[in-house]
Write a protein that binds this ligand. Sequence first.
Ligand code: SIN
Length: 330
Amino acid sequence: MTDTISLATEIAGIAFPNLMTNAAGVSCETTQELNAVLASEAGGVTTKSATPVARPGNPTPRQELLPLGSINSMGLPNRGLGYYLAYATQRQALAGQDLPAEVAAETAQHKPVILSVSGLSIEDNLAMLKDIQQSPFTGLTELNLSCPNVVGKAQLGYDFEAVVATLTEVFSHFTKPLGLKLPPYFDFFQFDGIAEAVGRFPIAYVNMINSIGNGLAIDAETETVLIKPKGGFGGIGGELVKPTALANVRAMRLRLHPDIKIIGTGGIRTGQDVFEHVLCGADAVQVGTELWREGPGVFKRLSEELRAIMKEKGYGSLDDFRGKLKTMGA
Ligand code: SIN
């Protein structure tokens, strides 16, 4: 019976009944969108990356589906940290209540919120983390060091010295569980460099990967770019990025201390894609482009497909195959 197959996972002692959540940015800007993810088979929800105050983001059109993925240059449209921190704190209070089982199930009572933050400067990030530190929220915070879409702002995750300087400041006062959303890396010197940089700090997890920054998608008929911001350059997600995402998950799993968990993000369209992320070492996964295409019902489909694969292979839990990718010698 596939019903007895567990898709549960855990990060920093926080239990997710299903390893899948949305990727920050998709179906997570408003409480309605966040609640829709929680009402689905997803194991939790990730908020839109917050800035200290609300932002409208980049001019539209700023996102398009592509035949094999997506391009976006949203520019961090969000309601501001206060909005998402209030939501995460309310959900945490709900989780602590003694509710009848049916009400608990209906309210997705025990599904955690990952609070994503992405300041436009190091000062922004430090200020937001200070607010979170002082709040009652004790869940997972995800520091996004990889948004490629804010005009004039480099992706901090590519500057390893700046990553170290930022995390040194962060961990001088932040004591709650913190994960990092990182950009894709493409060379072994980058895998080594980022693992060495973040591995010095007590991070709960790394989330690999954000979109592949600054791709270009065009309409040959009209000879025009598909999105307006940045002359058409935007982050590429979906099927197109799966091999890069798998490589980053695998590279980090081979380099980081086993206590640092990994969230695999990128190119998840089927249950087999989830299976492959876990095989490479992912403890949890996030779905972006396919959630945008299909809506929150995608989590049920992916869960059924993953359970069918696990049943076929005789696996009862993620532990049975996580990180167990086979290689072919030197
Ligand atoms: C955006 O809002 O531009 C996307 C955020 C991200 O890629 O981190």
